[in-house]
Design a protein around this ligand. Structure first.
Ligand code: HPA
Length: 274
């Protein structure tokens, strides 16, 4: 189905009834096993996705499926604890639906996080990567269908999807925290099966540093509606074929749990420095 502007407005109006005069500025999408930051939001207003008109459930492991509004590092935030993925059966429009709703609520910045497989030979499991750009070749766009001009133009520029000034801010904060922050290009694969070793070799040849099953649709949608974007990948494992061993979901969640402290430090310090 194609959503109209009225659908997005209906979702935003419903959320406004929960928020009173609270006005979020930074939307945060927390990926696999990274949702804990939503638990430390101050003065939280929690709204399960199931209560929000037109929202879909988040069924992936490690994804709670709720919005948490409140204050984090002194900033008014809207935290998505869990996201929707295409592999759950949702269209790309549905996957990125919430981004537009949060835009209508006043968010002008999006922080996205994910867990992904490391493709770059220099990466190791547990590394954090600043996303500098993305590659999408195996999916239709979340913007497919009639354009909604209330959000943006028909043919949006994609030269700076990840806001250069926010990338600089992240580099500065990593330096301040004496933290090793890798950088690279995130390439989207729809999943849910992990990539084959041949696909990973292809991704590397095409310029990817990490491969994953999320983020790309939300970032296209966010940039279309004029949001600034900062993205981080937790390299939860080396991608298929890099090491002579199979990948597992447990490995991904364990790596996310292990990186939790350093990841949250970096995110909070970026938020604070905004
Ligand atoms: N591939 C795709 N998605 C992922 C991976 C991976 O290796 N690890 C965590 N999410």
């Amino acid at each position: 189905m194609q959503f109209t502007f009225a659908h997005y407005q209906e979702s935003a109006d419903f959320l406004r009834t929960k928020l009173g005069d609270f006005q979020p500025k930074v939307a945060m999408v927390l990926g696999s096993g990274l949702g804990y930051l939503g638990d430390v939001v101050e003065n939280p207003i929690v709204v399960p996705y199931g209560e929000i008109p037109h929202f879909k459930a988040s069924t992936a492991p490690g994804h709670k499926g709720q919005l948490v509004f409140g204050t984090l590092a002194g900033k008014p935030v809207a935290v998505m604890q869990g996201r929707m993925h295409h592999y759950e059966g949702y269209s790309y429009e549905e996957v990125s639906y919430a981004v537009r709703v949060l835009r209508l609520l006043g968010c002008d910045t999006l922080f996205v996080t994910n867990a992904a497989g490391g493709v770059n030979w220099k990466f190791k499991a547990g590394d954090l990567m600043l996303i500098t750009d993305q590659i999408k070749i195996f999916m239709e766009s979340p913007l497919r269908g009639e354009n909604l001009p209330e959000f943006g133009v028909r043919f949006p520029d994609s030269s700076y999807l990840y806001t250069p000034a926010l990338q600089d801010l992240a580099r500065q904060q990593a330096r301040k925290l004496d933290m090793d922050l890798k950088e690279g290009v995130y390439m989207y694969f729809p999943g849910p099966q992990y990539e084959t070793p041949a696909e990973v070799r292809m991704a590397r040849l095409l310029g990817a540093d990490a491969v994953g099953m999320s983020t790309v649709p939300e970032v296209i949608t966010a940039a279309h509606c004029g949001m600034e974007v900062l993205g981080f990948t937790l390299v939860s494992n080396l991608a298929a074929g890099v090491l002579p061993q199979p990948l597992s979901e447990e490995e991904v969640l364990e790596a996310a749990a292990a990186a939790r402290e350093k990841f949250s430090k970096l995110l909070l310090s970026c938020l604070e420095a905004l």
